[in-house]
Ligand binder design. Sequence first.
Ligand SMILES: Nc1ncnc2c1ncn2[C@@H]1O[C@H](COP(=O)(O)OP(=O)(O)OP(=O)(O)O)[C@@H](O)[C@H]1O
Ligand SMILES: [Mg+2]
Length: 274
Amino acid sequence: MTDADLPAATDQQDVVIRLVAGHRVFDAERAAVHALRGASLAVRRGEFVAVMGPSGSGKSTLLNVIAGLERLDDGAVTLAGASLSELSEAALARLRRRHVGMVFQFFHLLDAMTVTENVLLAARLSGLPRRAATRRAHDLLDVLGLLERAEAMPAMLSGGERQRLAIARALANEPTVLLADEPTGALDSAGAAEILELFRRLHARGQTILLVTHDRQVAAGAQRIVLLRDGQLDGQAPGSPSGSALHAGLGDGRLDRLASPGTGTAAARPARPA
Ligand SMILES: Nc1ncnc2c1ncn2[C@@H]1O[C@H](COP(=O)(O)OP(=O)(O)OP(=O)(O)O)[C@@H](O)[C@H]1O
Ligand SMILES: [Mg+2]
């Protein structure tokens, strides 16, 4: 990686995720597994980037490293301007609470809590006082079309509803970046289209999204696709309009309420200037 690979100086402040020559090696029983071998990636504020690559190519490792859940063995990662290798575990946890929202394939909900309690807890953990947290939880459930299910338990929800709830939780701290690892992997094609449409609307409101997926159609809904192969990333230049043709054709109407501005939640924030 040379300086020429980095964005121009004027762009630097706009880059919210920067991975430079990242290496991650796991010690397997017989041989070391080199999950990332010199992977570099820059994501600008407000971008929607999809990562594709074969199973075992290091996609989840990449997201975990960016989220500060795993440390690099070599290279550097910065998130929202902070160099993660310089932070203690406690400081990393604080950074995550403030800047990161994560969504996973199998939802990771708190099954003993209602829909509302799931989001409320996430909002409280982000540091909001009870009243403000209650308001934010309500707004998020409204924006994500879950108000009618507010008192339901997660087990009573459909797969698509569960993933929308997981996304509401991930947005409760108004994260700088939303990281999603195979968020449509457990859904049927209708459910996947619904979640993709939701991501696209969040992106239209300025949310930065980094999404890992096996599904070409889901990836095509992003602004830019990068491929992870042999632990390295290659992709199109930032801002290239891949997938824009698909943008025009999607939208099943179920999430139309997202089009109407909410009341100050992350999801309802107006798009920040590019
Ligand atoms: N904790 C770990 N210990 C040992 N090896 C690991 C660990 N986590 C990941 N690996 C290995 O690192 C490589 C990359 O794993 P990773 O989970 O990042 O792949 P992935 O691209 O997300 O795969 P999938 O598409 O199947 O989810 C794999 O070979 C995996 O077996
Ligand atoms: Mg994975």
